[in-house]
Write a protein that binds this ligand. Structure first.
Ligand code: BDR
Ligand code: CA
Length: 314
């Protein structure tokens, strides 16, 4: 049986690579894309998701979601990583897009979960405001979903926005705190694994060779992204953070996963820090009462890379 997923996203170059990867995977059925602010403002995020669906000829719902963090002022966005357009400034011509679904991202998640109880995994690869709001709309959501897999956080490694915080969590830490505390099966793919697999320009050429249209789009968009990631290092690389939770659904043996009690900090200095207490590492009631999550701690780089190439090629 295929994995039914909703992709909650802020496209974004690595989002684009992950979305196409999901579309191209025979084991995955994407019920819709829900969008959120993050790499770019939410209007652009939704428009970019519509463009990616049009390019991949996927006639599925796209919803616009939250444009602001749960608490605090509007985000600064990551145009310096993803370009002014979110796609590495490639001037992609406007595509003939399907209209936006009139529902909010949160409402769509709730509606789909009620329609397919126990069957859907929400794969969240942007800030977590839509999921936090969906929990407010439907407190029974954890029981209605099969699980939640996220790209976000940094459990045992340093952050990428501050020394302790990863971008998706830092962008909406109060929403992340709500999502991490909910009683669902949450699996976190943070910088612990996503920063462990650098991708070279050669990989981008191979994606294009495998699939000229979709791989070619990723290759072109990622030129800007490679420049960003290659500052202050000798080699040229980039990181496809967002595809990892999807790869895990397809082949769980690619990852080592550990269980632990998790907390998200909303403390000003450490805002967005994700900390995990592995079993036996604390007797503190505050930590033992924290919700248990699964954290990816190791990844098989060679087999993961091959899965991406094979999927883009098929
Ligand atoms: C995450 O932040 C965004 O820039 C990427 O799309 C990814 O979801 C990595 O920290
Ligand atoms: Ca993202």
């Amino acid at each position: 049986m295929k994995h039914k997923i909703i992709l909650d996203t802020d496209p974004g170059i690595d989002d684009a690579m992950a979305i196409f990867f999901a579309f191209l995977s025979p084991q995955i059925e994407v019920l819709g894309l829900t969008t959120v602010f993050g790499n770019v403002p939410v209007e652009m995020s939704a428009r970019n998701a519509q463009t990616l669906c049009a390019l991949a000829e996927q006639d599925i719902p796209v919803c616009k979601g939250v444009g602001m963090p749960w608490v605090g002022k509007e985000s600064g966005y990551a145009h310096f990583v993803h370009g002014d357009d979110g796609f590495g400034n490639i001037n992609f011509p406007p595509a003939k897009i399907r209209e936006l679904d009139p529902r909010s991202s949160a409402q769509f998640i709730v509606d789909m979960a009620r329609q397919h109880p126990g069957e859907i995994t929400v794969v969240a690869i942007g800030p977590l405001g839509n999921l936090a709001l969906a929990l407010r709309l439907e407190p029974a959501l954890p029981k209605l979903l099969k699980g939640v897999s996220i790209m976000g956080g940094a459990a045992f490694v340093r952050g990428n926005v501050t020394p302790v915080a990863e971008a998706n969590i830092w962008n909406d830490a109060y929403a992340a705190e709500i999502v991490f505390a909910a009683e669902w099966q949450l699996t976190m793919f943070g910088l612990d694994v996503t920063n462990a697999v650098p991708f070279t320009p050669q990989f981008l050429e191979e994606l294009k060779l495998g699939n000229n249209k979709l791989g070619g789009f990723v290759r072109d968009a990622a030129q800007f992204y490679v420049q960003f990631y290659s500052q202050n290092r000798e080699d040229k690389v980039c990181f496809f953070h967002d595809a990892m939770p999807i790869a895990h659904l397809i082949d769980p043996t690619l990852f080592e996963i550990q269980g632990g009690h998790a907390r998200v900090s909303t403390d000003p200095l450490n805002i967005g820090q994700t900390s995990v207490a592995l079993p036996g590492t604390t007797t503190s009631p505050d930590w033992l009462n924290a919700q248990q999550i699964n954290v990816a701690t190791q990844v098989d780089k060679v087999r993961l890379t091959q899965l991406y190439l094979d999927t883009y090629q098929a």
